[in-house]
Design a protein around this ligand. Structure first.
Ligand code: 1PR
Length: 529
């Protein structure tokens, strides 16, 4: 089966391509407007910013053939923005460019006190007996990552709804035209099944209405792979103790990145994060080791992939300049869904807090403008600084701690570091997170150098301090040693996800055991059994 793919050049379409190819389909990319009308089945994965998407579709003269194709009720599957484009316009688009206007209704930003973007695995309430959902279990969860959702005027197009503070429409179907807000290509086996049905079901039309209810948003469990080249020149997954990755002088080697990522996917990880921990030193596009890792991983791993390390502007030895956006774009094209910025975020936040002005040119602003803020994660590497009184914290966000310092100091603040903890800065983690949110970041990966690799549990005081200061999702990281540590994070903080490394690499606790433990305690997680 030939599937025509409409890729307008923003974001990660590699996973969609990999999924279709894994299912035995052949991809034919749209290179000119007439390819749209010639398609047997058309797949449109939209990623990033709505205004940018419509602008590109208009420039390439794709709007008219798309309308004609849709009007003829030809098989169409729009993903995320690819579905939003079917409606009349979006709050994200202030240009007033014309959309496809296939369905009546608009795209609005979430109006909620919950974290926006809505990121993670959520259930879908099925409203139609659609062949696209054939053999997909009703309580299956799908991966969402978006700040805007559709508001159709005509109820009859609704295929599923999803609850996130309130019920919103998460997919639509009319005849052979299907659109999902969630990403099937990132939703593990369930999503792959959906795509398989789209490719191989002869008649896609829904026969009757149904009303099958689903469970809500899951807390996410993320496996993290710190990657670097060891002294023998091999790219390895390593793991530090408070960021020191050497044992008797040698870089710890805990496995190969692509193999480990596949293992964690099969074991039920909800996301995989790769951190190129020496990225601050080496230019990531030079020998491109992480690009190959992403390309190979995304062939078999159908959950979101984040890549961090070295995302910043760079001038090479020949004087050629690369922007952080260039680096990020290369990663997105190689299979990444999100990029994570560490050291550069500290520089940007310091500058922003000093001047009070957004330049529009920082890596955070540029990447979120093109790819959407959900694609920009800020990796924070803080260390505790103990003080006797809040006055000693020099205006930094200070907390009264239950775990006093070495000299019985009752307070602490969390100092930001750069270059993998090698250098400290006069900026606290709460101020950094707030500034980055204002600049357009979509998520915070909150590490903690004091806790990293200790297996002693998470710094819940740090997590609460940052989580309570921002409305974007927070991923708690550093210190997991047993199942209960994950439970403590979800019980005592409102973090949306927990990331761990060492216990998974050393096979101390399988991911499924963590999930079973959480399920037994009524924490909603995605079950992959
Ligand atoms: O500054 O943009 O180039 O990004 C560098 C990235 O590399 C940052 O995200 C930074 O956190 C990471 N990094 C740099 N050096 C190290 C190191 O370990 N020497 N690793 C490092 C950070 C921390 C976590 C770890 C958790 C969980 N690793 O991601 O996986 O602490 O560990 P645990 O469960 O075993 O406790 P830039």
């Amino acid at each position: 089966m030939i599937i025509t793919l409409l890729d307008y050049g923003a974001g990660n379409v590699r996973s969609v391509v990999n999924a279709i190819e894994k299912l035995g389909g052949k991809i034919k990319p749209v290179t000119k407007p007439s390819d749209i009308l010639d398609a047997e089945k058309l797949l449109f994965p939209g990623v990033g910013n709505y205004e940018n998407m419509i602008r590109i579709l208009t420039e390439k003269n794709y709007i008219a053939p798309l309308r004609e194709y849709l009007k003829a009720d030809q098989p169409f599957f729009g993903i995320c923005l690819g579905m939003q484009a079917l409606f009349e316009g979006s709050e994200e688009d202030v240009s007033g460019n014309e959309s496809l206007s296939m369905f009546k209704g608009r795209v609005n930003r979430f109006k909620t006190d919950l974290a926006v973007p809505h990121i993670g695995w959520n259930g879908v309430n099925l409203k139609k007996d659609s062949p696209v959902f054939k053999d997909v279990l009703p309580d299956t969860k799908f991966y969402f990552v978006h700040s805007y959702h559709i508001v159709p005027e005509d109820e009859s197009v609704v295929l599923t709804t999803t609850n996130y503070d309130y019920e919103f429409v998460s997919s639509v179907q009319q005849g052979n035209i299907i659109g999902t807000q969630f990403h099937p290509e990132k939703s593990g086996n369930a999503g792959i099944k959906l795509l398989e049905n789209f490719i191989y079901q002869k008649d896609l039309r829904a026969k009757k209405a149904v009303d099958i209810k689903a469970k809500g948003l899951s807390k996410r469990i993320i496996a993290c792979l710190d990657v670097r080249t060891n002294d023998q020149g091999d790219l390895v997954v390593t793991k530090g103790d408070q960021y020191d990755v050497r044992d008797e002088g040698n870089v710890r080697n805990l496995g190969k990145p692509v193999e480990l990522a596949k293992r964690y996917y099969e074991e039920g990880a909800d996301e995989i994060t790769f951190l190129n921990i020496t990225g601050f030193r080496d230019f990531p596009l030079k020998d491109m080791p992480m690009i190959k890792v992403l390309e190979q991983t995304s062939k078999n791993v159908f959950v979101p992939l984040t890549i961090g390390g070295g995302i910043r502007d760079y001038t090479d030895s020949n004087g050629k300049t690369y922007t952080a956006l260039d680096v990020a774009s290369r990663y997105f094209r190689s299979g990444a869904d999100k990029i994570s910025i560490g050291s550069d975020a500290v520089d940007i936040a310091e500058q922003y807090l000093k001047t009070g002005k957004k330049t529009g040119k920082s890596s955070i602003e540029e990447i979120s403008r093109v790819y959407g803020n959900q694609a920009v994660v800020i990796s924070v590497d803080p260390k505790r600084v103990y003080v006797n009184s809040p006055d000693d914290a020099k205006k930094h966000h200070v907390i009264k701690t239950q775990f006093p310092g070495p000299n019985n100091e009752a307070y602490c603040w969390y100092q930001c570091t750069v270059q993998g903890g090698r250098k400290t800065r006069n900026l606290d983690a709460v101020a950094l997170a707030k500034a980055c949110q204002e600049l357009g970041a979509g998520e915070i990966l909150l590490n903690c150098i004091d806790k990293d690799g200790t297996n002693s549990g998470f710094d819940l005081e740090l997590i609460n301090a940052v989580r309570n200061a921002v409305c974007i999702p927070v991923i708690a990281s550093s210190g997991a040693g047993c199942e209960d540590h994950f439970f403590q994070v979800f019980e005592k903080t409102s973090a949306q996800a927990v990331l761990a490394a060492g216990i998974f690499h050393r096979k101390e606790v399988p991911i499924q055991n963590v999930k079973n433990y959480l399920l037994e305690r009524n924490i909603e997680v995605r079950s992959t059994i």
